[in-house]
Design a protein around this ligand. Structure first.
Ligand code: SF4
Length: 324
């Protein structure tokens, strides 16, 4: 059976354009993310993330640096959006997510240009396409998806976010996204506030992953083992227990199930402002990572990927090991 992506079904039913117009309404009084800045982006105001009305694409490429189930042989057709609704002091993509001053003019793109990029990935043999850090540009990127779908896009769509997504937004995305790929960065609100300026991150991420799972369910793949739909949760283990990864894993096991696909990452390296924060100013110790791996196994997780804590801080590639 040929897989039909969710956005295509909604295009055919006429619902896709209705959703896009609901998303666009947010731009007048922006509540696209939990910060609820309520700025009028159409009138040129900017909120916490700094995003305006024009889509900003920092880069795009067929990207092999994702979990193997997403990349297949040709890579994920990834579009990396500029800016972010989080402000992580350790962000490895800070030049994109937290640009200092004016951003390069070449970032500014129309939804038509983004649609072209999606179609180009499909032509080049990518099996999935994705948006990285999409939350603050949700209206514009789904306009691009609609345009591309009208012109033949048929690939599963990945929504790769930092996990700081409101239920209000996610309800509007129900049926539009095939694969959710959120981070779950912190369990502890004080750390989330200190290191990402988002005290409500843990509660938001808990609700977000539950809603994402409700929408897309467990990860499904085609006969080649390439993802079609479902949820993958990424956990970057931070030094000194800052990410609370054991509690996050327990939450996932108890509330979603230990058959959830998780990507347990050991690639933390102190970047950006991390050196100014003593608890984040060093790489992860292999011992710290193996403690989390033990919890992962003791909770009965069977599906997902782990990384080699010795090599990963230098290559940033997601693990290729299936846990079992
Ligand atoms: S998307 Fe940006 S402007 Fe809108 S609420 Fe979030 S941080 Fe504020």
């Amino acid at each position: 059976m040929i897989y039909k992506p969710g956005y295509l079904k909604l295009l055919e039913s006429g619902e896709l354009h209705h959703r896009i117009s609901m998303l666009r309404q947010h731009l007048e009084k922006c509540r696209l993310c939990p910060r609820n800045c309520e700025v009028n982006r159409i009138a040129g105001e900017r909120g916490f993330c700094g995003a305006g009305i024009k889509l900003e694409i920092a880069s795009s490429c067929a990207h092999m640096g994702e979990e193997p189930v997403l990349t297949g042989k040709s890579g994920v057709g990834n579009i990396f959006l500029g800016r972010c609704n989080l402000r992580c002091v350790f962000c490895q993509n800070h030049s994109i997510s937290q640009p200092a001053g004016t951003v390069p003019e070449r970032w500014g793109k129309s939804s038509e240009e983004a649609a072209e990029a999606l179609l180009d990935f499909q032509e080049r043999g990518c099996r999935t396409v994705g948006f990285v850090s999409p939350t603050h540009y949700a209206p514009q990127i789904f306009e691009a998806v609609a345009l591309a779908a009208e012109r033949g896009l048929r690939l599963p769509l990945i929504y790769n976010s930092g996990g700081y997504d409101s239920l209000e937004l996610l309800k509007l995305l129900d049926g539009l996204v095939d694969i959710y790929l959120p981070d779950f960065k912190y369990w502890d609100s004080a750390y989330a506030e200190k290191y990402s300026a988002a005290a409500d991150y843990p509660e938001t991420a808990r609700q977000a992953v539950l809603e994402m799972h409700r929408q897309v369910g467990r990860l499904r793949t085609d006969s080649d083992g390439v993802a079609l739909s479902g949820l993958i949760i990424r956990l970057l283990v931070l030094p000194n227990g800052i990410s609370g990864s054991k509690k996050v894993l327990r939450f996932i096991a108890e509330n979603i199930g230990n058959d959830t696909f998780v990507s347990l990452m050991s690639q933390y390296n102190p970047m950006h402002h991390a050196k100014d924060h003593p608890l984040l100013s060093r790489s992860l110790k292999p011992q710290e990572y193996s403690e989390i791996e033990e919890v992962l196994l003791s909770l009965g997780f069977e599906y997902g990927w782990t990384q080699d804590p010795v090599t990963s801080p230098n290559n940033y590639l997601p693990g290729s090991d299936f846990i079992l």
